[in-house]
Design a protein around this ligand. Structure first.
Ligand SMILES: NC(=O)c1ccc[n+]([C@@H]2O[C@H](COP(=O)([O-])OP(=O)(O)OC[C@H]3O[C@@H](n4cnc5c(N)ncnc54)[C@H](OP(=O)(O)O)[C@@H]3O)[C@@H](O)[C@H]2O)c1
Length: 250
């Protein structure tokens, strides 16, 4: 299986820590040049130092059109190509029922989690991929697969991100592939409230019993970025240790 990314250039949003940083590190290890973005320069600099050569940091807000355009322009100026885009950054400012959601929280969540992936995809497609091809990977969540959870607004954006992925996949082939990952509970800052306090050896109520690691998601993102997945587009990949299966484990 060819998972070599030698000569490829990737942009990963929300990559100063957690899943985005693990994806960037996996791509660098496979030989790519990787542009990592996030809002805070300090976190980006720390991640860039940890990942090492092959990674380049640019501060940018995932929901802002001008930031997406600036990152794509700088990437093309510096590296001359853009083969892989990972729309990973997300936010969750509101926890609670949809019926009580405030519109500012709704707007912010949609700006980053849904409008963001569209504007970064448009910028990458128009700037490079339309002519030269590419692979786009969106990071959704199992919260976008079934209703009823407490992350209601977030869940709506993550569900819509799956549709956005599938719709785009029908529009931009055969040159560009678009796929989506739906992680379950992964041990990062984002989900801290859901795992903090449980011991290192805690057993979780799903088939594979452990929390996800950022690397579990990065491995799937590596497959989707590489030629090993050259016949895969519009795909939804649930990476959750079996957590969304329900039944005996739920
Ligand atoms: N952890 C989980 O259990 C889990 C489960 C399912 C899906 N996911 C999804 O996985 C992705 C990554 O989550 P994570 O757990 O790795 O989160 P994390 O550890 O909190 O990292 C989030 C990253 O995104 C950046 N970011 C946040 N808001 C941003 C914005 N508006 N513009 C640009 N960058 C922004 C953060 O840096 P700055 O703060 O400096 O901007 C940071 O680099 C998200 O799409 C999330 O929905 C996570």
């Amino acid at each position: 299986m060819d998972i070599n990314l030698e000569g490829r250039v990737a942009v990963v949003t929300g990559a100063s820590r957690g899943i985005g940083a693990a994806i960037a590190a996996a791509y660098v290890q496979a030989g790519a040049q990787v542009v990592i973005t996030a809002r805070k320069p300090d976190g980006l600099a720390k991640a860039a130092a940890e990942i090492g050569s092959g990674v380049h940091a640019i501060a940018a807000h995932a929901g802002k059109e001008e930031d997406a355009a600036r990152v794509v322009d700088e990437t093309l100026e510096k590296f001359g190509r853009l083969d892989i885009l990972v729309n990973n950054a997300a936010t969750n400012p509101y926890m609670g029922p949809l019926i009580d959601a405030s519109l500012p929280a709704w707007d912010k969540t949609f700006e980053v989690n849904l409008r963001g992936p569209l504007i970064w995809t448009q910028a990458a497609y128009r700037g490079w991929m339309k002519e030269h091809g590419g692979s786009i990977i969106n990071i959704s969540s199992i919260d976008g697969l079934s209703a009823g959870g407490p992350l209601a607004v977030y869940g709506v954006t993550k569900s819509a991100l799956i549709f956005l992925t599938q719709q785009l996949a029908t529009e931009v082939g055969p040159g560009v592939r678009v796929n989506v990952l739906a992680p379950g509970l992964v041990k990062t800052d984002f989900a801290r409230a859901l795992w903090e306090g449980a011991g290192e050896d805690a057993k979780y109520p799903w088939p594979l019993q452990r929390l996800g690691k950022p690397e579990d998601i990065a491995n799937a993102a590596l497959f989707l970025a590489s030629d090993a997945s050259s016949w895969v587009t519009g795909g939804l990949f649930v990476i959750d240790g079996g957590g969304s299966l329900g039944g005996a484990f739920s």
